[in-house]
Design a protein around this ligand. Structure first.
Ligand SMILES: Cc1cc2nc3c(=O)[nH]c(=O)nc-3n(C[C@H](O)[C@H](O)[C@H](O)COP(=O)(O)OP(=O)(O)OC[C@H]3O[C@@H](n4cnc5c(N)ncnc54)[C@H](O)[C@@H]3O)c2cc1C
Length: 461
């Protein structure tokens, strides 16, 4: 156990940095008198990566008396993927060496801090569905543009009546093995196949922005200093090059230096800009939040949606969205948006990654391509009136998915330099375990609660 006073600097105010701050303050050998912990977050606004007509605070949707409040001095926290992810947690996620610990910690955190009310924690189902989308309003005339689709011409003619005449037929859904409470996929024509993937025993969800914000607040309550608008430009080593001495950052155009004995790099997709030797890459992804006319049942749906001829053409992965993106398709196309029902009366849906816009300087500068958000809206609206015709779009957004890890552990050859980044599509699920393991590495000298295995850069790189 470490009794030596430490000056710990965490770089990054996403879910990984905030969970690290939280678990450091819960470690048995932490004391605010002995250890100083500072979290530096580059952005001073969490509004980046959302279109101007999006809501700015998702907490306003949940019960305002219990949901995690936005702390004005924390503006910038969760401004990236940690505020714009789906929020699915699963025992069947990866990597298997940290998933069980993290799934359990999510449950314990929710029990200890009223996570159900504060950040929308609940158990849920996860399923895979194969659907066929109906043409959106305004595109019905486009179905005869010609093309290769022929196999489902019967189904195509059945999809033209968009609204009232597409009543749910629960009997037909059950025939496919669809649970009765999954009653927000519109038509019997829409659904081709159903397969359960996870159930409330092994699957759960959080609202990622509210969860991250709560971790930041709970850490601050126990002595962590949170500084937003502070972009780290270098990590400075001791004269012998074997340890960390300080961190340099820019805030309000002024350069500042922070003495540091232990530095945690939790900069998500930006990690490589500070640590080129850690192979973390970044890919932009778009998502939308829709207020549904009634709260929809607790399912995360991994879809495979067949878009028929005449459907608005999805924006290509390698080109910017333009009005041309809405040209009618000349043949069928399969798309796979993910849909997550949330307990606050909304549903979240995300689309594929693209390769068009390079990672900008901060989360505040993330460019949103409205056409890609519209693609997702057309697609999910094509299989559910709740998400389409009857839903209200609350947010259109983009963020960068960190890929290549997760990397958790000491960076080779530099004492006190720890990386926690590259968490791929399971960073929300794996954040509590990451924070706990990093707290052990810093305050006990090694990870105790789980094996780092292939996540450990000292072993692998
Ligand atoms: C569309 C989408 C859906 C997803 N859905 C899920 C899901 O359902 N379940 C799940 O488990 N995971 C999901 N994920 C993955 C998850 O969102 C990420 O793995 C996770 O948010 C990464 O957290 P992070 O803290 O490492 O990175 P980020 O959230 O990107 O945070 C990094 C922070 O570091 C800051 N920073 C960067 N450089 C500096 C610097 N030099 N100085 C100071 N600060 C800096 C940034 O400003 C940023 O705030 C999803 C991701 C995407 C894109």
């Amino acid at each position: 156990m470490s009794s030596t006073p430490k000056e710990i600097t965490i770089i990054g105010g996403g879910i990984i940095g905030c969970c690290t701050a939280y678990f450091l303050t819960r470690h048995s050998s932490y004391s605010p008198e002995a250890h100083r912990i500072t979290l530096l977050e580059a952005s001073s606004s969490s509004a980046g990566g959302r279109t101007p007509d999006s809501i700015t605070d998702p907490a306003t949707l949940a019960d305002p008396t219990t949901a995690s409040k936005k702390n004005p001095s924390h503006e910038g926290i969760a401004g990236g993927a940690s505020g714009k992810a789906g929020g699915l947690l699963a025992l069947w996620a990866f990597p298997s060496n940290i998933v069980p610990l993290s799934f359990r910690l999510h449950d314990e955190l929710a029990k200890e801090h009223d996570g159900d009310k504060r950040w929308g924690y609940r158990r849920c189902h996860a399923s895979q569905v194969e659907c066929r989308a109906r043409l959106p309003s305004g595109f019905e005339g486009a179905k005869n543009v010609g093309g290769v689709e022929s196999a489902s011409s019967g189904a195509e003619s059945g999809s033209k009546g968009l609204h009232k005449d597409h009543k749910k037929d629960n009997k037909a859904l059950r025939k496919l093995g669809v649970p009765e409470d999954l009653d927000w996929l519109d038509t019997e024509e829409a659904l081709g196949a159903y397969q359960g993937m996870g159930n409330p025993e092994n699957t759960a969800q959080v609202h990622p922005e509210l969860f991250t914000r709560s971790m930041a607040q709970l850490a601050e309550d126990r002595g962590v200093k949170i500084v937003t608008g502070a972009r780290v430009t270098s990590i400075n080593k001791t004269a012998d090059g074997k340890g960390v001495e300080s961190v340099t950052y820019v805030k309000d155009d002024k350069e500042e230096s922070l003495p540091t004995t232990d530095c945690v790099i939790a900069a998500g997709p930006w990690t490589r800009r500070l640590l080129p030797e850690i192979p973390v890459t970044a890919a932009r992804a778009h998502s939308v939040v829709i207020k549904t006319p009634r709260p929809v049942s607790a399912y995360a749906l991994f879809t495979e949606i067949r878009l028929p001829t005449g459907f608005p053409t999805p924006t290509a992965a390698n080109s910017r969205g333009t009005p041309a993106a809405q040209r009618p398709l000349r043949g069928a196309q399969i798309v796979e948006p993910e849909i997550y029902a949330r307990p606050d009366g909304t549903a979240y849906a995300c689309g594929p990654t693209d390769t068009v816009a390079e990672l900008p300087l901060t989360t505040a500068d993330v460019e949103v391509d409205a056409a890609r958000c519209q693609d997702i809206l057309y697609q999910v609206g094509g299989i559910s009136d709740e998400l389409g015709r009857d839903g209200q779009v609350l947010a259109k957004q983009a963020c960068y998915l960190p890929q290549g890890g997760p990397w958790i552990g000491e960076v080779p050859d530099t004492k006190g330099l720890v990386v926690a980044a590259g968490h791929t599509c399971w960073g929300i699920q794996n954040a509590p375990a990451t924070g706990k393991l990093v707290s052990e590495i810093i305050l006990e000298g090694k990870a105790k609660s789980a094996k780092l295995g292939g996540c450990n850069p000292s072993l692998v790189l």
